[in-house]
Design a protein around this ligand. Structure first.
Ligand code: 475
Length: 834
């Protein structure tokens, strides 16, 4: 590259290429320049928001230079790239992460201090990029961090929603949804108005036979929407590698609006087309673990998948290789079934547009894709009605029928005359109306299918995808246990703990190789180390207590046990069991004499999480938590012994504050329902202990950290089916302690009982599908063990240190390396020292 720069520009170019700021003065110069020129403000009225903007722009300048170099390096190397297709990327804030990954937060801190700002306040100005719901979206974000940090050639592809996940306000104890205008000012994206793709919808298909007797399908008519690329640089940690996240935004294909309609006075219609086009990328669907089958969602999926594949194919074509080499150059990972149309779209490109034979094309397709399943919940498995498909994507429906035909013929050869097998594995469900089963299409169209924790991967093989194991053999199905990035979830969220660890491991290398954490176990009896360990946790709790005071007005004692459950509100995650347990605790405390109460371990029960706007039961759970808090927090008998807090608007940046402040966190899903969980890993990595069921990654966490360091309870996944069967066909009685809880609610202890009857009757009258009653006793008993263990502070600190020391396995770096080796067949690209 350098050699090709013309001589007159070379010197300036070289000076400009220096990566990072020389020192704090260099940084300050850039900040001032951005304040005065880019932002057109003067340093006299530079507030924290302006300081944030300028600081971000200064770092963005450094990132984009490395981004350019990384892209050039990857293009020259001409090696395989991986494309991670995800409808959600829950990135959170970018500035702190960029400063830390580049390794210049200290420089920025000193520079900002000289300009009169505290770096924490500047960081706080940033609005979270919240283009996701929960686990699936945050996993995608952790994966991007690891892919860049490990120097893989990788791109993320997603949608640039104008509105991310809604902001949650709690008003009178109820959730209220407020739109999230996150794009107001976003220095972290680069619009690429020159990178656009025309996307077709609707229309009709015509077929003709060419001279060789081959059928040629043409998809014509319909309407066109333009996809515009927006690029977000993804900095690796302690490496110059800076990857790309490309997000597509929709706009009308015909420019701004229809001038003819406008000039003839039809103003409304002139903007209607434009608005309809922009609607596609307007809003993230706010459902977690739920499929609602809305037409606009299918439009989003095709829009995003078609634009991404066009981009990927264009890039491949530049290399002028033969099509059969496509899977050697390109790996595409489907983050759940949301991007499964990519399978069909690639087949369409190869057969309809590039003229390949069906089988040759299908071979390329299946060798390109991998599919990750994130849930076994039946209500989350995507299905689309055939009539909707026919209307929106007529050619794709034909291709799906052909894919299904070839697939079912192969099944027939293996299982002759097994009509039921054919019906079960068919991509088309023969219902009224017929439905396209996206998971079946994803399995048939991929060479590997993986679950996200051992138990989950076993479950998909023995339950929802059992037939496919028989059809394809067991090797197509594999496990890649989830991981989290230690950069954000330790170094960024808990700088003091990160610092303490590096002082004992001798470097910050554990942030690149998390198994180095094992070294700190040597210090678990070291007095000074333990003291510092406990002080860090306490300081994090003080910080959270301040936030609680500021946002809820409630005083909590930082010496109490902080018991945290933060995640999307869902019946399967069982926040209702937690709040019933809190009520049980309250009733117990009330029944004791003041003397007896003094022996009780003080607790703060902290909840946080959003309910999908249409999920009535989840909203009722939020309401009950707040109603209980209103009573308990104001009960003079109780004082500091119990506080109940609901933290508004849980998101990534709040997680970074909450997680390091937890003593105990709750991961209490009905066994077999939580595919993995990833916050469980984050809490333990920050020295918090867990109360949990034998579900998802809790099982592997237990294996790594030791049974003595986790509080497990409840029924096992293998027994759930029988218990449910008994609820439905036998008789069942509600746990007596839980009955007392229900009685208290029904007496009006927490306000109008009718407001909470849904939660009670789900357990008492409607079969208790999530086994709240069956697990309640075990839960309460285990909570008592927690109290006892916490009173032994020295024992607790030992558990905390041992746990952190043994968490090396759960880095998303390990996880990404497993995908790279077992699914993508790709190696890191060497980065020469610069
Ligand atoms: C699991 N989201 C966690 C995490 O693997 C797991 C589904 C359909 C529509 C919209 N969103 C979804 C999920 O299924 C999801 O977030 N799944 C989660 O994936 C990462 O750790 O256990 O629930």
């Amino acid at each position: 590259v350098e050699a090709s720069i013309p001589e007159p520009q070379r010197k300036a170019w070289l000076a400009h290429q220096a990566s990072g700021f020389k020192d704090k003065d260099g940084f300050e110069t850039e900040v001032v320049r951005h304040v005065e020129t880019t932002l057109a403000r003067s340093m006299y009225n530079c507030d924290e928001q302006a300081a944030y903007s300028a600081c971000s722009l200064a770092f963005r300048d450094r990132l984009i230079l490395e981004w350019n170099r990384t892209q050039q390096r990857q293009t020259f190397a001409d090696s395989k790239r991986v494309y991670y297709l995800s409808l959600e990327f829950l990135m959170g804030r970018a500035l702190d992460n960029a400063m830390l990954n580049i390794g210049q937060k200290d420089v920025a801190k000193a520079g900002l201090a000289e300009l009169g700002f505290r770096i924490e306040d500047v960081i706080e100005q940033e609005h979270d990029a919240a283009l996701g719901n929960g686990g699936l979206g945050r996993l995608a974000a952790c994966f991007l961090d690891s892919l860049a940090s490990l120097n893989y050639s990788a791109w993320g592809y997603g949608l640039r929603y104008r509105y991310g996940i809604f902001k949650q306000e709690i008003i009178d104890g109820y959730q209220v949804e407020v739109p999230d205008y996150w794009l107001d000012f976003n220095p972290w994206e680069f619009p690429r108005h020159d990178v656009t793709v025309d996307i077709q919808f609707y229309g009709h298909v015509t077929k003709r036979t060419d001279d060789n007797g081959k059928t040629i399908a043409t998809w014509g008519g319909g309407e066109i929407v333009k996809a515009v690329a927006y690029d977000v640089p993804i900095p690796g940690y302690a490496t110059p590698s800076t990857n790309n996240l490309r997000l597509w935004s929709s706009k009308a294909a015909s420019g701004e609006f229809d001038f003819q309609k406008f000039n003839s006075g039809d103003y409304e219609n002139s903007v209607a087309d434009q608005q309809r086009a922009e609607t596609i990328s307007a809003v993230l669907y706010p459902n977690d673990n739920l499929d609602r089958g809305k037409e606009l969602r299918l439009k989003q999926q095709y829009f995003w998948v078609a634009a991404s594949l066009y981009d990927i194919v264009r890039r491949f074509k530049k290399s002028r290789r033969a099509w059969k080499e496509f899977p050697d150059q390109v790996a595409i990972q489907l983050n759940d079934t949301h991007p499964t149309l990519a399978v069909v779209e690639l087949q369409r490109i190869l057969v309809d547009l590039e003229g390949l034979d069906w089988e040759e094309a299908w071979n390329i397709v299946t060798n390109t894709f991998g599919y990750t399943n994130h849930t076994v919940l039946p209500e989350a498995l995507e299905k689309w009605s055939v009539p909707l498909f026919q209307h929106l994507l007529p050619r794709h429906l034909q291709l799906i029928y052909d894919i299904n035909l070839f697939f079912l013929q192969s099944v027939e050869r293996k299982f002759p005359k097994d009509r039921e097998m054919l019906a079960r594995v068919s991509i088309i469900e023969e219902s009224q109306p017929k439905m396209v089963r996206m998971a079946h299409l994803a399995i048939v169209g991929s060479h590997k299918v993986n679950g996200v924790a051992e138990l989950h991967s076993d479950l998909i093989k023995t339950t929802i995808f059992k037939d496919f194991v028989e059809v394809f053999g067991p090797d197509k199905f594999t496990n890649v246990t989830n991981g989290i990035t230690p950069r954000r979830w330790l170094h960024q969220a808990n700088p003091r703990l990160s610092e303490l660890i590096s002082s004992k491991t001798g470097s910050q290398n554990f942030l690149k190789d998390l198994t180095e954490l094992a070294k700190i176990e040597h210090y678990k009896d070291d007095k000074a180390f333990r003291k510092e360990w406990a002080e860090i946790k306490y300081a994090n709790k003080v910080r959270l207590a301040k936030h609680i005071k500021k946002t809820t007005g409630v005083d909590v004692n930082p010496s109490a046990l902080f018991d945290v459950q933060v995640k999307r509100i869902h019946e399967y995650k069982r926040q209702q069991m937690n709040i019933f347990g809190v009520i049980h605790r309250y009733l117990t405390l009330k029944s004791l004499s003041p003397e007896e109460r003094k022996k009780f371990q003080p607790r703060v029960s902290i909840f946080g999480g959003k309910a999908a706007p249409g999920y009535w039961m989840a909203k009722q759970i939020i309401h009950l938590i707040n109603a209980v808090g209103a009573v308990v927090n104001n009960d003079k008998d109780i004082g500091d012994l119990l506080k109940v807090i609901f933290l508004e608007d849980y998101n990534v940046s709040k997680a970074e504050m909450i997680i390091p402040a937890s003593d105990l966190s709750e991961h209490i899903s009905t066994a077999g329902t939580e595919a993995s969980g990833t916050s469980n890993m984050k809490f333990v990595l920050n020295g918090g202990l867990i109360i949990g069921t034998c579900d998802g990654a809790n099982i592997e966490i237990t294996r790594e950290i030791g049974e003595q360091n986790i509080f497990l309870f409840g029924n096992l996944a293998e027994d759930v089916e029988d218990i449910r069967h008994n609820h439905t066909y036998g008789s069942y009685t509600v746990d007596p302690d839980l009955v007392k809880v229900f009685e208290a609610i029904e007496k009006g202890t927490f306000g109008e009982p009718n407001d909470f009857m849904g939660m009670i009757s789900a357990v008492r009258d409607h079969g208790d599908f999530y086994l709240v009653s069956d697990d309640f006793h075990s839960y309460i008993e285990t909570q008592e063990l927690v109290d006892k263990a916490y009173r032994d502070q020295e024992g607790w600190i030992t558990k905390s240190i041992e746990s952190v020391a043994r968490m090396g396995f759960f880095s998303s770096d390990r996880c990404i390396n497993e995908y790279a080796e077992g699914i993508w067949n790709i190696e890191p690209l060497a980065v020469k020292d610069q």
